[in-house]
Design a protein around this ligand. Structure first.
Ligand code: SF4
Length: 189
């Protein structure tokens, strides 16, 4: 067999996951560099922006007591779903990392990995004093003094605990921010 020709085994190694990653990158480069991406963004920007801000998918991830307030915010009384906020359990399907509770030094790399696994565009909400600064545990040897030490945060919700109404207000503020950002989905500009 010629040295240049890949064997059948090598061809089979190009699995669907690799293909999706490769085609995603190739498509992103083509769309960013060619006028096609810019033109599509120009036409579809407003629609994508409207769809993005009205279908926010936070990661269903809770650390401590504030997680109960997060759960109540989507229960019938407060009903966050009416604004298109639907919790998902995998970072691959999410665009909001909603951090609530104290982040320990042991949890920090896992939380960073979850953030990295979320596809762009994505936003971060720090809910409650623990997520903002370490809260009552700020001087503990094992608590990170705020999630913004290692992940960029867009919205801060003060309180111990942060109330469900405050979380809903944060979702509304984020919707406003997304509307003002007006990011193109294909070119990111
Ligand atoms: S901010 Fe207060 S209520 Fe929220 S997780 Fe920390 S200690 Fe619990």
């Amino acid at each position: 067999m010629s040295k240049d020709k890949p064997s059948l085994g090598q061809v089979m190694m190009f699995r669907s996951k690799d293909f999706i990653e490769w085609s995603d990158e190739a498509l992103a480069v083509v769309l960013k560099r060619s006028p096609v991406g810019g033109a599509l963004d120009l036409v579809l920007k407003d629609f994508f922006n409207w769809a993005t801000r009205n279908s926010l998918y936070p990661l269903h991830f809770g650390i401590m007591c504030c997680a109960l307030e997060m759960a109540v915010a989507s229960a019938p009384r407060f009903d966050a779903q009416r604004m298109g906020v639907i919790y998902r359990s995998t970072p691959r399907q999410c665009d909001i990392l909603l951090v609530n509770g104290p982040v320990s030094k042991k949890l920090k790399p896992a939380l960073r990995r979850l953030y990295d696994q979320m596809p762009a565009p994505k936003w971060v909400i720090a809910m409650g004093e623990c997520a903002i600064s370490g809260g009552p545990f700020y001087d503990s040897y094992n608590v990170v003094k705020g999630v913004d030490q290692f992940i960029p945060v867009d919205i801060y919700i003060p309180g111990c605990p942060a109330r469900p109404e405050a979380l809903i207000d944060a979702f509304l503020k984020l919707q406003k921010q997304i509307k003002e950002e007006k990011r193109g989905l294909l070119t990111g500009k």
